[in-house]
Design a protein around this ligand. Structure first.
Ligand SMILES: C[S@@+](CC[C@H](N)C(=O)[O-])C[C@H]1O[C@@H](n2cnc3c(N)ncnc32)[C@H](O)[C@@H]1O
Length: 237
């Protein structure tokens, strides 16, 4: 039996990633165009999810026959476009929110170009306010990809306001944060990063969320070591 993470040196990991992308259902060309545009315009383009994760969003949305997705953290709109793509057969809609002026401007530009039908709704403002104010018709998928220190509050508000549809799923991104949630010893190569103080702060916040979610009596939780960590959450029936 293999462990859940098979270690690869960085170069092999990149080759294996490309292999997985090219052996998964391909994305329309707009995704490569938009990713390249984001890399060109944003020094923080690493915040955008990777191609394989976008392929996963498309797959999950279509597999679950989702009609309404709520996304917390738009950035330039790459993952929102993936949710829309996954719901194209049913004409589903995405509500995505961001607070950063540059992200808002960039995603507006992207949605004007790639979503002329207006299936993606950009909500401007802090996520917690959006979660408090958004029309409480339930969502089939809620994707959390914004401020790590607020992940607990996001899920608490989702529960309080019944924002998740019956059999709906919450996906919380970046929940192993470079493995630093579990291992910050020198054996983890990321413990020697230049931005280690910042990364450890992130990891602490994510760790608090992971502990809280795993112990929550109403939640069923699966933390997967894919991408930068992805937690699947559903409400116990
Ligand atoms: C990791 S990026 C999102 C990436 C995007 N989901 C994608 O894959 O293309 C996180 C985004 O969350 C936004 N953000 C951070 N704190 C926020 C908050 N309190 N409310 C709303 N958005 C926030 C940031 O401006 C940033 O654009």
């Amino acid at each position: 039996m293999y462990e859940s993470i098979i270690p690869f040196p960085a170069e092999s990991a990149s080759t294996v990633d490309k292999y997985c992308c090219s052996h998964s259902t391909s994305l329309p060309s707009l995704f490569a165009d938009h990713a390249a545009w984001t890399v060109d315009k944003f020094e923080t383009s690493y915040m955008m999810c990777c191609q394989l994760q976008a392929q996963m969003c498309v797959f999950i949305a279509s597999d679950r026959r989702a009609r309404r997705v709520l996304e917390i953290g738009t950035f330039t709109g790459y993952s929102a476009l993936a949710w829309k793509e996954g719901m194209k057969a049913v004409g589903g809609e995405v509500w995505t929110c961001d607070v950063g002026p540059r992200a808002i401007a960039a995603s507006k530009e992207a949605f004007a170009k790639y979503d002329p039908e207006g299936k993606i709704h950009l909500v401007e403002g802090p996520a917690l306010q959006t979660l408090q104010e958004i029309n409480a018709q339930p969502f089939d998928i809620i994707y959390i990809d914004a401020r790590k220190a607020e992940y607990i509050n996001y899920v608490e508000t989702i529960l309080e306001r019944n924002l998740l549809a019956e059999n709906g799923i919450i996906l919380a991104d970046d929940t192993i944060h470079l493995g630093l949630v579990a291992d910050r010893s020198p054996t983890n190569p990321h413990s020697a990063r230049e931005d280690i103080e910042y990364s450890l702060q992130h990891a602490d916040n994510v760790h608090k969320f992971n502990e809280w979610a795993a112990k929550h009596p109403r939640l069923e939780v699966l933390l997967l070591p894919i991408f930068n960590g992805l937690t699947l959450i559903k409400i116990k029936s």
